[in-house]
Design a protein around this ligand. Structure first.
Ligand code: ADP
Length: 500
């Protein structure tokens, strides 16, 4: 055992940056969080200031270090997990970004993607190589947009004077004093420029989007050496040895290291990932195929993959009950309301505020409430809202099981709404599999820390990490499958009427 006591996870999210101190037992010892500004230059456009991302992240890190009086000797390594797809282009000579970061949510390049990928053959080619359905969400079109719209950017990029990075790459570059321009395969797989089967940037895709290869970072294993800290005001020489996109980091932090293991995060939306091992499974249900973060012991066998699907509106529906309808005071209240009645009284809410995602894929659908009677009140609405979260996740799980060719045995859960025991039990009743909720719900930071600490042998192997996890809350099916079929039939009827 070395003398180092901690791994630090830098959790760079969409609305805030956090630095998390994690000890050898995998416990979160402390956490510092700083929000930063969301910039909306036009409807549907979203930007972040890369310097503000950086300073919020560094601020958290230095505060955490100061609070615990840490020196470089106390810190084994740093792991980074980050909001994915968000795109930064900068000039390495000055360290200045050429414009704000274009955030994953930003829709400004939707027309450009239609133009470049509208041809069915091109769409199929992109999907076959990247595992993604062409969309403005991913980085490729955002880079194109920057090169087309920032004065002189295209010429400078062609001359090799500009670098591209997702947020992980930007942070690594700055933290290493501009020495290292690198990303990991999980982040690379969200750019729509990375051939996930060959594990490298794809020339045909770079040409399609007009992006010079010289801008692209080197792709290194998620758990391995990226560089050492070399930044004024920070202890020098701390190795950065873990990098992954937030959802893949959460999958890793949930100890889903092997094929068939899955997690679902119940946040504002939901993100479900199912590990498929060294096999990239293509989806026939509008799910995406993405790269999973690998432990060093697995990376030797080549890249590992996951199927990924999302629910657009999950916890956001609960926020809507609170903020728009005003029928609850807090999200947590929904649990007591839901359990105050035996069932939702035939009420179904289809929260298609922004269309329906996988497996339905109806971007133009809008939300609806069905089955209202004179007896329907706050409790029925609150319960139907929680049930709607579970139904959407069930549909996603069913699609995933079909794509992966096997039912889920266990679903690991996290995210704010996973605290709701009614929701978890209802979900277990629908899915029929076991739900496991870890004591430490900070699975994203934990995943980044695990990746970093495995690379340095702070932790020896994934077996050791599994052993750190105990005291899970477990939810098992308490109803039979006929009950589940009947409830799902009612839900599917409501979905069909919503789409119709
Ligand atoms: P994100 O990271 O996406 O911002 P979180 O994981 O912090 O979200 O989860 C917050 C979401 O979970 C909110 O949308 C909130 O409405 C919902 N939520 C939080 N607690 C509960 C609860 N006890 N029951 C139901 N929903 C909840």
């Amino acid at each position: 055992m070395g003398t180092q006591k901690y791994v630090i996870a830098l959790d760079q999210g969409t609305t805030s940056s956090r630095a998390v101190l994690i000890d050898r037992a995998g416990r979160m010892v402390d956490c510092v969080q700083r929000p930063f500004q969301q910039i909306f230059p036009q409807p549907g456009w979203v930007e972040h200031n890369p310097q503000e991302i950086l300073f919020s992240q560094l601020g958290c890190l230095t505060e955490l270090i100061a609070r615990h009086g840490l020196s470089a000797e106390d810190i084994d390594s740093i792991g980074i997990d980050n909001q994915r797809e968000t795109t930064i282009v900068w000039d390495p000579a000055t360290g200045q970004p050429v414009m704000n970061a274009i955030v994953w949510q930003c829709r400004r390049t939707a027309g450009l993607v239609d133009e470049l990928c509208g041809d069915p053959q091109v769409k199929a080619m992109v999907q076959a190589k990247t595992g993604l359905l062409p969309d403005a969400y991913f980085s490729a079109s955002k880079i194109s947009w920057i090169l087309d719209n920032v004065d002189g950017a295209r010429e400078r990029a062609d001359a090799g004077e500009l670098l591209f990075g997702t947020v992980d790459t930007w942070l690594v570059w700055v933290l290493t004093g501009g020495l290292v321009h690198a990303t990991d395969p999980t982040n690379a797989s969200r750019t729509m420029l990375f051939n996930i089967h060959e594990g490298r940037w794809d020339d045909e895709l770079l040409r399609l989007f007009g992006i010079p290869a010289s801008m692209m970072p080197e792709v290194r294993p998620s758990s391995g050496f990226f560089g050492e800290t070399s930044y004024p005001g920070l202890p020098a020489g701390i190795p950065i040895t873990g990098v992954a996109g937030d959802q893949q980091a959460a999958l890793f932090g949930q100890c889903c290291f092997a094929p068939g293991q899955a997690k679902n995060t119940y946040g504002t939306g939901c993100f479900m990932l199912l590990h498929t091992g060294h096999e990239a499974r293509a989806s026939s249900h509008n799910l995406v195929t993405t790269v999973a973060a690998s432990a060093p012991e697995a990376a030797a066998g080549g890249l590992e993959y996951a199927l990924e699907g999302s629910v657009f509106v999950a916890g956001a529906l609960i926020q809507w009950l609170r903020d728009e309808l005003g029928i609850i005071g807090s999200a947590a209240e929904t649990e007591a309301l839901a359990t105050s009645i035996p069932d939702a009284g035939g009420v179904y809410i289809v929260p298609a505020f922004t269309g329906l995602g996988a497996p339905w894929w109806e971007p133009d659908a809008r939300g609806a409430i069905f089955g209202l009677t004179r007896g329907a009140g706050r409790a029925q609405i609150a319960r139907a809202a929680l049930e709607a979260l579970a139904y959407q996740v069930s549909d996603l799980a069913a699609a995933m099981a079909e794509d992966a060719g096997g039912e889920l045995g266990v679903l690991n859960v996290d995210g704010g709404a996973s605290a709701n025991n009614f929701l978890m039990q209802f979900q277990a009743n629908l899915l029929g599999c076991e739900l496991r909720r870890p004591q430490n719900l900070e699975t994203t930071s934990l995943g980044a820390a695990y990746l970093a600490g495995l690379a340095t042998r702070f932790w020896s192997r994934t077996d050791e990490l599994r052993g750190l996890r105990d005291g899970d809350d477990v939810f098992r099916r308490e109803k039979d499958s006929a009950w589940a079929d009947e409830h799902l039939a009612g839900w599917h009827d409501a979905v069909r009427r919503t789409i119709g």
